[in-house]
Structure formats: structure tokens, C-alpha cells
Design a protein around this ligand. Sequence first.
Ligand code: PMP
Length: 310
Amino acid sequence: MIIDSIQAAIGDTPMLRFTHQHFAEIPEGSALYAKLEYLNPGGSIKDRLGMYLVKEGIAQGKISTGTTIIEPTAGNTGIGVALAALAAGLPTIFVVPEKFSLEKQALMRALGAKLVHTPTSEGISGAIAKAKQLHEEMADSYLPLQFENPANPEAYYHTLGPELVEDLGDEITSFVAGIGSGGTFSGVARYLLGRNPEVRLIGVEPEGSILNGGASHGHEIEGIGVEFIPAFLEGIPVSDFSTISDAEGFAMTRKLAKEHGALIGSSSGAAMVAALAEIAKLPAGSQVVTIFPDAGDRYLSKEIYSRTDY
Ligand code: PMP
């Protein structure tokens, strides 16, 4: 396969099939599919979003030559937007809570971005507030704001949803995915509902996220979990929210590396725990799809594969 830009390698990722042979929880005759989004060139599902946000910004006349793109991000969106901005020749500034993954911060810088830090204790809300302030202060700047921008779910509605149906047809029993901004979950959910209104939709969050009504507190699983209910979830008939502990998520992340060779991040491990719980309660012959959003090597400094506390 010959391509003329690294951005052309975004999307069309493989789906890894797991069966009863791999996990005893999967009934014989059922299959669990994981979409390997960590194999995108920027290492995450957010490469799709980056391309879409920049394309939409240009189409709407909000981005012209020399416009600086400013975005609050835990890192993966920053990497995706930086890749897209490089292709369009645009500068980028990302606002990142200080102690979030250092590897992601290094990767954003490697792609030419400037970083601004906010206190980790203020979470992503602190980064959003700071990014809004920077945007107001800088005349020729654009703030795509993934948490509110309809281009976020649309990116997945138009790319990831169709890819799932291309591989599996309309026989998807359940879609199980982590929720950060909610863009992936709601965009794919809307696409699948359009094909099959019976599809079950399971949102995944870490303990410390509020979707199941629990109290908001810190968690180690990175990339998913919310401090407020994402606007994108409005109108989505969610079947269930699955709340996964850090211990369960990290144990599964390590198992997927050690036993299956999948070098994925902790949000993928959490999604797999939830997907296995879902398929275990469905009749034989069911097809469950989940997403592995990013790669594990961006969490090596957090000892993702070597920690022993859980
Ligand atoms: N996993 C990881 C590692 C992520 O970075 C993100 C995005 N923050 C997600 C899952 C969740 O994606 P979304 O923002 O589309 O809900």
C-alpha cells in the first residue's frame, strides 16, 4: 500500500475477533470484536476527529491561512489535531492538565504544537476554561472545542460507524465504548441505530466518573470518565453504563498485552472488561463490538504494564 501523506493512513483499522477460545466468558458461537483504533498513525481514535475538526473549521470559514488552533485536550485529540494542522500548515496550541501522560505531551510537541499547562486538580474543566481564555485573547485563533462541537460525533458517524457495518453487517447485538467527550459513543451509536434500532448501547466509564450516579473523583484509567454529562449523549437510548474500577481496567490491559499481543491503553482494557460482561449475558450467536482507542506505549512512564498495586 503506497500513500502520499501520513494522514492518508487514518481509518480503516483492523477488527480483532475474540471467541470462546480466547475468553471463557464468551459463549460458544458468539464473537467479541475490538476495533484497533490504536493502529492509526497518531496512535489513537482521535486522528479521525483531528481531520474532521480542521476540515469543518476550514469549510465554515473559521480557519484561514495562519489561524492558530487552540484546544483543551488530555492528549490524543491534540495529537490528532496536530497531524491535521500539519497537513494544512497551521500552528497549534494545546491546553493540557499538567500531570496527564507525558508521552502524549512529548508527541504533541514533536508534531510542532505549543503546550499550555493547567493544574491537574482542575481536571479537563480547568483546561477548557483556560483554552477559552486564550482564544479570546488571540485574534486569529480557532477553538474547535471537541466537547461541544457537533463535528466530533459526526466524525465517527461518518467514518467509524460505517467501517463497523462494512465488516459485520447489521448483525451487531451490542456496541460497547468508553465515554470521554462522548463523541465516539454517540456518533457510532446514531449510525448503528439507523441500521438497527434494536442495537444495545453500553457506555463505559471508570469509577470516579458520574454517569452511573457515583461521586466524581480521580481515577487512573485515562481518556474516559466525565465530570459533567456530555451534551452528545442527549437523545441516545443508552442501554446501560458500565462502571469499571482502575484495578479491573489495568489488569485487563496487562492481560491483553501479555496474552494477546495488543499493546493498548487503559481505556481499552476498561472497554474490554465491559464488553466481556455484556457478551457473557447475551445468548449464543451474539456479536459485540468494542473499541481499543489508543496505544499503551504512551503510558509507559505511568508503568502501565509494570505496576503491581493493581
Ligand atoms: N479512550 C482514550 C484513550 C481517549 O483519549 C478518549 C478521548 N478522550 C476516549 C477513549 C473517549 O473518546 P470520546 O472523547 O470520543 O468519548
